[in-house]
Design a protein around this ligand. Structure first.
Ligand code: FE
Length: 292
């Protein structure tokens, strides 16, 4: 049994995307620097409609998955397949771009708070050109459990072993059977509470605190992770997180590395330059998102 510690920190940087939506990007902020299988993590969080009102008008994706997790606010997704999905507080949209998706993501509100995350998970070569898939997971389908040490966990993907009075045993998130075997947890811990999670030994893992603070590991060896930054973990079987004096809200994310070359051009992520050029041609020809 090896306990994971903090390996390094990827600070988030303010940026904007879509039609000017303000957000903080950690993973993916530096061109060419990925955290296999993760390509990008954006946190958006604002009370100012001017920061989000323009949304993300129609744009393409090819070769990976986008996972949008709303904490506050409402967005609507529309795509070329005719899918329309309303994303509300606590809900997740899991979109597999595969061969191609053209979609828009627009706010369904003109005031109030908009807060959440978008994570990009790469696909292996064998799945990059599969048909697009789309799934809305409302908050009611995401298991939330109290933790014995205080606080609670929401299981979006992967498995958490809950040792509680009401539930004892493994709890599975709704997103499963994916080749990158993702773990995606949203944690709420009171001051000083600890949470230990098993993670596949070869999996890439990181934690991102969006409220409060945390440290990784135990005793004098514990290392603090700054807020609004991705704390990348060393290899190991388990990790123990401890909430700081103001408590903690954080996402803990892990996945199986793909180990293939990554060539990215904006919303297209493939293995070679030729494949990127093909994606651009297909987009310009209007065939990016049509059946092969
Ligand atoms: Fe998109």
């Amino acid at each position: 049994m090896t306990t994971r510690s903090l390996q390094h920190v990827i600070q988030s940087m303010p940026t904007s995307d879509g039609a000017g939506v303000k957000l903080r990007r950690s993973i993916g902020a530096q061109r060419g620097l990925y955290l296999d299988p993760f390509l990008m993590l954006d946190e958006f969080g604002t009370d100012n409609p001017g920061d989000y009102i323009a949304g993300f008008p129609a744009h393409p994706h090819r070769g990976f998955e986008t996972v949008t997790y709303m904490l506050d606010g409402r967005m609507q997704h529309r795509d070329h397949l005719g899918n329309v999905g309303d994303l509300g507080p606590g809900g997740v949209q899991w979109m597999t771009a595969g061969r191609g998706v053209i979609h828009s993501e627009m706010p369904l509100q003109e005031s109030g708070r908009m807060r959440g995350f978008q994570l990009w998970i790469n696909l292996p070569a064998a799945e990059k050109m599969k048909p697009a898939g789309y799934r809305d997971i409302p908050a009611t389908e995401i298991p939330e459990h109290a933790l014995p040490g205080g606080g609670s966990v929401k299981v979006i993907a992967g498995t958490v072993d809950i040792d509680g009075a009401a539930v004892s045993g493994p709890v599975n998130g709704p997103a499963s059977r994916l080749s990158t075997d993702p773990l995606y947890l949203d944690l709420a811990l009171p001051a000083g509470a600890r949470f230990t999670q098993a993670i596949g030994a070869a999996h890439t893992a990181f934690v991102y605190a969006y409220e409060g603070s945390l440290s990784i590991g135990d005793g004098p060896a514990a290392k603090a992770v700054p807020r609004q930054a991705a704390g990348v973990l060393t290899p190991g079987d388990t990790v123990t997180l401890t909430a700081g004096p103001d408590g903690l809200r954080a996402v803990l994310i892990a996945g199986k590395p793909i180990g293939e070359p990554v060539v990215q051009y904006g919303p297209f992520v493939m293995n070679t330059r030729d494949e990127i050029e093909q994606a651009i041609r297909d987009y310009n020809d209007g065939t990016l998102a049509s059946a092969a």
